[in-house]
Design a protein. Structure first.
Length: 310
């Protein structure tokens, strides 16, 4: 942080939807509902994968990482947003704001990289099924997951903590939480170098993993078209359909937010898009994977049967 900011504490007012009290009340109720669904759904997935031996496979190892990540992702910002909806003038300090921004960015980038690792897992399973069990062993799965968490830290937290920010105007953030783009719009320091670095980082964390996912599914499509049995087609599409849906939801909103030209004003549209990938996508993940996945449904029935017999 800049020396000028270190000498005195700076506070920001989070505007949110305070100008529209009725809309803010509805938003608060919907956000609370989505947060409850996110916690319950992802916790159920973690429970099923933990206690059902049939789900101890690479695919569900990555899914458990994704579910744990989604719980952390929403918890890093949603509870604070809900509290702010109940306060007349929600205020946050610069230190808390930067910490919230860094954690949110870090977990978002982890999800980008983790979705790419899941695409690689599906590609090996369908393109080279005979070598899948030996190739996607526990060591490689742990390495891919660990690399996602570590690389995201180096790509987000370190640049954020070294970002030279100076605020000399109003301290009103037109957002529900401390989102990176909303905070940068208030800065009056020269951020040309940092903005160029952010574009490069966005390309590494958004475009590169997305291109890798597209290439992986291109190979999967070629392999599926070579299959002669309709059973093989349906099995391939069922295992990949859930992941593709999550990829479309997450990358579609994130790319539209971070890779499009920005101006100095934070529009309501930007706040809605940010909420979509920050709260709605983690809520949709367990619904998508549980409703479209026969293995998850079977594990849930076996868990209920075990509880009933006990």
């Amino acid at each position: 942080m800049d020396r000028k900011n270190s000498t005195q504490e700076i506070y920001f007012v989070l505007l949110g939807l305070s100008e529209y009290p009725r809309a803010q009340a509805i938003f608060c109720c919907l956000l609370l509902l989505s947060y409850i669904v996110t916690l319950l759904g992802n916790s159920l997935i973690l429970l099923l994968i933990r206690y059902d031996p049939r789900l101890h496979t690479p695919m569900y190892f990555f899914l458990s990482n994704l579910s744990f990540l989604d719980v952390c992702y929403t918890t890093s910002s949603v509870p604070q947003v809900l509290i702010n909806c109940l306060v007349a003038t929600p205020v946050i300090s610069l230190g808390q704001c930067v910490a919230q921004m860094a954690v949110g960015l870090y977990l978002g980038v982890v999800e980008c990289l983790l979705l790419a690792a899941m695409a690689y897992d599906r590609c090996v399973a369908i393109v080279d099924p005979l070598r899948y069990a030996t190739h996607m062993g526990p060591r490689l799965c742990s390495l891919l997951a660990g690399a996602s968490w570590t690389a995201a830290f180096l790509l987000t937290v370190v640049p954020v903590l070294t970002m030279p920010l100076e605020f000399c105007g109003h301290h009103v953030i037109n957002h529900f939480s401390c989102e990176l783009l909303a905070l940068l719009k208030l800065a009056c320091s020269d951020l040309q170098v940092y903005e160029s670095l952010m574009v490069g980082t966005s390309a590494l964390t958004l475009l590169a993993p997305f291109a890798f996912i597209v290439a992986s599914y291109g190979r999967i499509l070629v392999a599926v078209l070579r299959m002669r049995s309709t059973e093989g087609h349906s099995k391939a599409f069922s295992t990949c359909g859930s992941h593709l849906t999550v990829v479309a939801l997450f990358y579609g909103t994130a790319i539209s937010m971070y890779m499009m030209p920005q101006d100095k004003i934070m529009h309501d549209r930007d706040k809605i898009i940010s909420t979509a990938y920050g709260a709605l996508t983690p809520m949709m993940n367990p619904l998508i994977y549980s409703l479209r996945n026969k293995d998850m449904k079977g594990a849930f029935r076996r868990l209920l049967g075990r509880k009933a017999s006990f």
